[in-house]
Design a protein around this ligand. Structure first.
Ligand code: ADP
Ligand code: MG
Length: 344
C-alpha cells in the first residue's frame, strides 16, 4: 500500500509521475565577461503528481514557469533542485542513455506545431520518425501504424504526402498529436496546445485529446494560461504564480470553491454559463513582479487585495484545507480572518 504523503497529498497506487520540490533558476548574465548578476526564479519548490489516465491542468499567467516545469519533466532542461520520479524511478539525474527506456513514454505537444514540425518532411515521415527512432519495426508495420494514427487524429490518408505548410492550424496540431502518439507514450505534456487556435478549433482539439485519453489510457499535463481552456479536459488543476503552485485541487472544487485570491482573480475572467451562479470578482492590482527578485513572503502579496503584514514577510506553506484541496495562503490557515469579498 502506498503510504507516502507529499505536500499535495498521498499519491495513489497508479501514480505515473511525481515531481517533488522542483526548482529551476536561470542565471542572468551581464557585461562583456557575462558575469552572473542574478537568477531568474522560473520554478521554485513545485510538487505534484499525475496518475495513470489522469489530466492535471497547469494554469497561470505568461512567464509564471509552466513551460519550464514541462521542459524539466521532458528532460529537455535539467532542474536546479528537486526530484522527478517516473513510475517509481528517479529520472531527474539520468543522462541520454539512462533516460532511453523512459524517453518514449514521455512525449510532448507544443503550442506552435509549425515550429516543432520539420517543414521539409512529409506528414507521414514526421509521424513515422519517432517509431523508427524508438523501435526496430518492419517497414510494413510502420506504414500501418502511421495510417492508423492518421485515422485516430482525424486526418485523411491523402494528407500523408503533404508538408506541414499545407495544413491548417488545427490540422497541424492533429499532426503534432499523431507524432506524439507514435511511440505509444504514457504521458503527454501538452504545452498550450490550443492557445494559437481559433476558439471553435480549440474545442475540437481538446475533444480529440479527451477521446484519445479514453481510448489509450493516456495521462496529460495540460498547460494553459487561461482557466477556461483547462476546465473541460482536466481532472485536477494546479494554479501557478511566479514560479510556485498556489492552489491544487480537483476541477470541481477549484471552479466552485476557489481558496486562493489569485485563483479567484483568474476565475473572474472566466464566463459563468449559469446566471444563477455568482462568482466573487477579484481585480488584480499592479503588474506581475520580476522573477529575478520575487517579492518576499507570499509572492502574490504585492497584488493581493487581502494582503496583511504577515503575507509580506512569511512565505505561506501548502496546506490541505479539505481532503484533496491544497492552498498556499496565510488567510486560509484558520489563524487569520477569512478574506472579505471585494465585489465590483
Ligand atoms: P510560462 O510558460 O508560464 O510562460 P516559462 O517557463 O516560459 O513561463 O518562463 C518562466 C520564467 O523563466 C520567465 O520569466 C522567463 O522569462 C524565464 N525563462 C524561461 N526560459 C529561460 C531561459 N532559457 N533563460 C533565462 N530565463 C528563462
Ligand atoms: Mg509557456
Amino acid at each position: 500500500m502506498n503510504t507516502r504523503v507529499t505536500s499535495t497529498g498521498t499519491p495513489p497506487a497508479n501514480v505515473l509521475l511525481e515531481v517533488s520540490h522542483l526548482t529551476k533558476h536561470y542565471p542572468v548574465r551581464k557585461g562583456v565577461f557575462s558575469q552572473v548578476s542574478g537568477q531568474v526564479h522560473a520554478v521554485d519548490d513545485v510538487s505534484f503528481w499525475i496518475a495513470e489516465g489522469e489530466t492535471l491542468g497547469l494554469v497561470g499567467e505568461s512567464g509564471c514557469g509552466k513551460s519550464t516545469t514541462g521542459k524539466t519533466i521532458l528532460k529537455l532542461i535539467d532542474p536546479t533542485a528537486g526530484t522527478i520520479d517516473w513510475r517509481g524511478h528517479r529520472i531527474d539525474q539520468l543522462s541520454g542513455t539512462g533516460m532511453r527506456p523512459y524517453r518514449r513514454e514521455l512525449q510532448a505537444v507544443f503550442q506552435d506545431p509549425y515550429s516543432s514540425l520539420n517543414p521539409r518532411m512529409r506528414a507521414a515521415d514526421i509521424v513515422a520518425e519517432p517509431i523508427r527512432n524508438f523501435e526496430s519495426a518492419a517497414v510494413g508495420e510502420i506504414d500501418e501504424r502511421v495510417a492508423s494514427l492518421f485515422e485516430k487524429v482525424g486526418l485523411r490518408p491523402d494528407q500523408m504526402v503533404k508538408y506541414p505548410y499545407e495544413f491548417s492550424g488545427g490540422q497541424r496540431q492533429r499532426l503534432g498529436i499523431a507524432r506524439a502518439l507514435a511511440p505509444r507514450p504514457k504521458l503527454i505534456v501538452c504545452d498550450e496546445p490550443v492557445s494559437a487556435l481559433d476558439v471553435s478549433v480549440q474545442a475540437q482539439v481538446i475533444n480529440l485529446l479527451m477521446d484519445l485519453q479514453d481510448e489509450l489510457g493516456l495521462s496529460y499535463l495540460f498547460v494553459a494560461h487561461d482557466l477556461a481552456v483547462v476546465e473541460h479536459i482536466s481532472h485536477r488543476v494546479a494554479v501557478m504564480y511566479l514560479g510556485k503552485i498556489v492552489e491544487l485541487t480537483d476541477k470541481r472544487s477549484l471552479f466552485t470553491n476557489p481558496q486562493h485570491p489569485y485563483t479567484e482573480a483568474l476565475l473572474s475572467a472566466v464566463p459563468v454559463p449559469d446566471p444563477k451562479i455568482q462568482r466573487k470578482q477579484v481585480i488584480l492590482l499592479g503588474d506581475v513582479p520580476s522573477p529575478i527578485n520575487p517579492p518576499p513572503g507570499c509572492r502574490f502579496h504585492t497584488r493581493c487585495p487581502y494582503a496583511e503584514e504577515r503575507c509580506r514577510v512569511e512565505e505561506p506553506a501548502m496546506k490541505q484545507v479539505r481532503p484533496g484541496h491544497f492552498v498556499a495562503c496565510h488567510l486560509r490557515d484558520g489563524s487569520a480572518a477569512a478574506p472579505r469579498a471585494k465585489t465590483v
